[in-house]
Design a protein around this ligand. Sequence first.
Ligand SMILES: Nc1nc2c(ncn2[C@@H]2O[C@H](COP(=O)(O)OP(=O)(O)OP(=O)(O)O)[C@@H](O)[C@H]2O)c(=O)[nH]1
Ligand SMILES: [Mg+2]
Ligand SMILES: [Zn+2]
Length: 296
Amino acid sequence: MKREGRIIKSISGFYDVLDHESHELIRTRARGNFRKRKIKPIVGDMVTYEASGDLGYILEIEDRENSLVRPPIANIDQAIVVTSSVEPNFSSNLLDKILVNIEHNDIEPLIYLTKTDLLDDEHYNELKMTLNGYREASYTVFDGRDSYSREQVNDLMKHFSDKVTVFTGQSGAGKSTLLNHIDPELGLATAEISQTLNRGKHTTRQVSLFDIEGGLVADTPGFSSLELIEIDKDELPNLFPEFVKYSNECQFRGCHHVNEPNCKVKEMVENGTIMKSRYDNYLYFLNEINSYKKKY
Ligand SMILES: Nc1nc2c(ncn2[C@@H]2O[C@H](COP(=O)(O)OP(=O)(O)OP(=O)(O)O)[C@@H](O)[C@H]2O)c(=O)[nH]1
Ligand SMILES: [Mg+2]
Ligand SMILES: [Zn+2]
C-alpha cells in the first residue's frame, strides 16, 4: 500500500519517514532507480513510500520547494539565524551574508542573539541599536538581555507550529545550546568554542528534524565561512528587503543602487533610513560575486 510522509532523519542509507497520517516513524530505503536518476533523498523530503514488514521503500520524492546543500535539507519554511555577540564576535558582514543566502532560498529568516551575558551593558546597548536596524529592515529579532530567558525562548517557540524550521549560523554560535533550552530532553552535544575552532571540527554533524511545538525543527552543523556562489548580481538587490521597498522609486528599472543617478536606495542610505552597514555589505557582496565570475 502506498503511503506518504516526510523524511526526518537519514543514517547510512536508511531514511526515517514520519507518516503523514499515522504519525508513525518508518525506516525506509530508497528504491534503486533513484541512484540512476541521480536523485538522493534528503531530510525534509516529502515522499511516497511502501511499507511491508519492518522496512519500507521510498517510491517517489515530491518536487522540493527549496533545499540547502550545507546541510542537506529540503522544504524549509524558516531559519533561526543564531548570531553570537562574542566568541565568535558579532559580524554584520557574516550576518548579512547568511541572510542573503536564506532569502535566496525563499526561506524566512529570524535573528536570535546569543552570549549577551559576555557583554557589559554598554556593548550590549550598542549591539541592540544595530539589531534594531534589522528590525526596521523587517526582520524578526530576539535580542533580550538574557539570551535564554524562558520568556524569550517561549516567544521563539511560538513561531514553530506547522512549519519546518532550521537553526543555522556560525559554528559555536550556540544553536545546539539554544535548542537544549527549548527542549532539555534533546540533550544535544555542545562544545567549547576554542575546542571547536582548534580542531577545525563542528560539534553538530547530523541533520535530523525534531517534533517541537507542533512543528519540525532541525539543528544543523555550523560553518566558519560562506560563499555566494549561487547568487547572481541582478538578484542580489532583491535579497535586501529594505532595498526592495524603495527600488521602484529608483529612476532606472533594475537599478543596482551603485552608480545610477536618482537612486532612491542610495538616498535612503544617506538619510539614515537604510543602515549604512547593510549597504556597505551589499557593495562588498557585489564585488565578491563579480570576482567569482572572473575566476570560473
Ligand atoms: N557564555 C555563554 N556561552 C554560551 C552561550 N550559548 C552557547 N554558549 C557556549 O558556546 C559554546 C558553543 O555552543 P554550541 O551550542 O555547541 O554551538 P553550535 O552553534 O551548536 O556549534 P556547532 O554545532 O559547531 O555549529 C558552548 O560551549 C556553549 O556552552 C551563551 O549565551 N553564553
Ligand atoms: Mg551544534
Ligand atoms: Zn537604486
